[in-house]
Design a protein around this ligand. Structure first.
Ligand SMILES: Cc1cc2nc3c(=O)[nH]c(=O)nc-3n(C[C@H](O)[C@H](O)[C@H](O)COP(=O)(O)OP(=O)(O)OC[C@H]3O[C@@H](n4cnc5c(N)ncnc54)[C@H](O)[C@@H]3O)c2cc1C
Length: 454
């Protein structure tokens, strides 16, 4: 049995998660009103803010598949089969993410993805979008959102249930501070990020191989690049905000040039105008936001970044947000009463997984910027790939997070235990020669079983 069509949902924020949520709810028969601060993406191009492209993987794809959008989105996406690691000498080493052909992640334009989901939601007769409409305050007990339109006029919207998919700075979440025992934390990363755009080469082609996520790991900082279908790359430099070597310390073109020549000597040839871009492009911050509960009784629910903003190093923020929506929909599918009745159960079930991916993302920052250049790490990864090839039920930590839908909390615990065990097998080694794969596999399986993680 499914949620009855008599219910009306109001959604604060029609971005990635909000548009997808509107689509799912409408297909469950609900009337949906979405308040979105920005103009209509179908008419006006997306103007900046965060990353230009995103890595889309299995969890996000599962949600898109459920609403029939997977193929449409994939037509505009570029598969990335592994990491291309750039060392200081300009050598590039390719390291595949997995062994199966389908184990790729997809580089997709943020605005294109958002537009595709928004357009599909807007085609539903039960969905109404109000653009340039900013939620200013919420009164969840009254099922009420107060918002301002483009002319500054104030309105209010009342519905049976409220959803907050208005991102990391959620206005609906602000109302939760009136809840007794509402927990909230916001932890800024010491690093900020700056995007740089790499144009096509003189022949109009890609300047680097397009089937990889490029990484320049440099210990305390790193540069990454994702390909775009127009033969460009979007590069992102992650660097300390403050300190001896930081965005703050790179305060003149001479210093930026010296920094780039010392740490990314191949960059000037790839991005000849990098100095101008460095000066003009903004430096943005990154934070992890945790809060609980996500539900305000049966009245309101937070999903996506509004509930759990994470740092981007596992490429999972949007994937996790899409999976949130899919999981909520699955709960609504088996529920016949007021939709708010599933909120507490949803929040309770999903929270440990959001906490796990938040932690995994922080851990992966160290892995990307530091360990991808480390021979021990590379050998461990080579062993993981061997085991994946030989034993179909073995999955690396990265594979569990990115190419499977096992709960993030399980992927985290299982992945870390596996990592520790595999690390011990390659300790002191420079090759995999002489390692007994069968024995290693059996040992890992036994330890995982003992820890209750299989
Ligand atoms: C640099 C960077 C790189 C990233 N890379 C990846 C990646 O590769 N893969 C991945 O899966 N994730 C990635 N992410 C994370 C991803 O961007 C977020 O997890 C995702 O955007 C969350 O979607 P959302 O809809 O919850 O929030 P948002 O995308 O923030 O959408 C919120 C929406 O609400 C609207 N809004 C906000 N306030 C109001 C208001 N008061 N009233 C009305 N509307 C409002 C906004 O305009 C917006 O449309 C990255 C993030 C960053 C910063």
């Amino acid at each position: 049995m499914s949620t009855s069509s008599s219910y009306h949902a109001a959604i604060a924020g029609g971005g990635l998660a909000g548009s997808l949520l509107a689509l799912f709810l409408a297909r469950r028969g609900m009337q949906v009103t979405v308040l979105e601060r920005r103009p209509d993406l179908r008419v006006e191009a997306y103007s900046g803010g965060r990353s230009i492209n995103l890595a889309l993987s299995v969890r996000g794809l599962a949600a898109l598949q459920a609403v029939g959008l997977e193929q449409e989105v994939l037509e505009h996406a570029l598969p990335m089969a592994g990491r291309a690691i750039h060392d200081l000498q300009g050598n590039i080493t390719f390291s595949p993410y997995g062994t199966a052909e389908h184990e790729v992640i997809y580089s997709i334009s943020r605005s294109l993805l958002n537009r595709a989901v928004l357009a599909a939601a807007a085609r539903e007769p039960r969905v109404q979008f109000h653009f340039r409409s900013q939620v200013m305050a919420a009164e969840p007990e009254q099922h009420l959102l107060r918002y301002q339109d483009a002319e500054g006029r104030e309105h209010q919207l009342q519905a049976d249930v409220l959803f907050g998919t208005d991102g990391a700075g959620s206005a609906l979440r602000d109302a939760y501070f009136r809840l007794p025992r509402f927990n909230y934390s916001q932890d800024y990363l010491s690093h900020g990020y700056k995007e740089l755009h790499m144009q096509p080469d003189a022949q109009g082609g890609f300047r680097m191989r397009p089937d990889a996520l490029h990484i320049w790991p440099r210990g305390q900082f790193m540069l990454i690049a994702l390909p775009n279908p127009d033969y460009t790359f979007t590069c992102t430099l992650f660097l300390d905000y403050e300190g001896p070597l930081s965005f703050q310390s790179l305060d003149s073109p001479e210093r930026v040039q010296a920094f780039v020549e010392a740490h990314f000597p191949d960059l000037p040839a790839l991005i000849p105008d990098y100095l101008d871009q460095f000066r003009v492009n903004p430096t943005s911050h990154l934070a992890t936001i945790r809060c609980a509960p996500w539900n305000y009784g049966n009245h309101a629910l937070l999903l996506g970044d509004a509930a759990h903003a994470i740092v981007p190093f596992y490429g999972q923020g949007m994937n996790c947000s899409f999976e949130d929506v899919l999981l909520l929909d699955q709960m609504l599918a088996t529920h016949s009463g007021h939709p708010g009745e599933v909120f507490a159960e949803y929040a309770h079930k999903r929270k440990p997984d959001a906490d796990a991916i938040a932690q995994l993302a922080l851990e992966n920052f160290v892995e990307m910027r530091d360990k991808t250049a480390d021979p021990h790490f590379c050998l461990k990864h080579a062993l993981e790939l061997e085991l994946e090839k030989q034993f179909p039920d073995f999955k690396s930590k990265y594979g569990l997070v990115t190419f499977s839908r096992v709960p993030y909390s399980l992927a985290h615990r299982r992945g870390n235990l596996q990592d520790d065990l595999l690390g011990t097998f390659v300790d002191g080694k420079t090759t995999l020669d002489g390692l007994d794969r069968q024995h290693i596999y059996q040992t890992v399986q036994t330890e995982l079983a003992l820890a209750g993680l299989l």
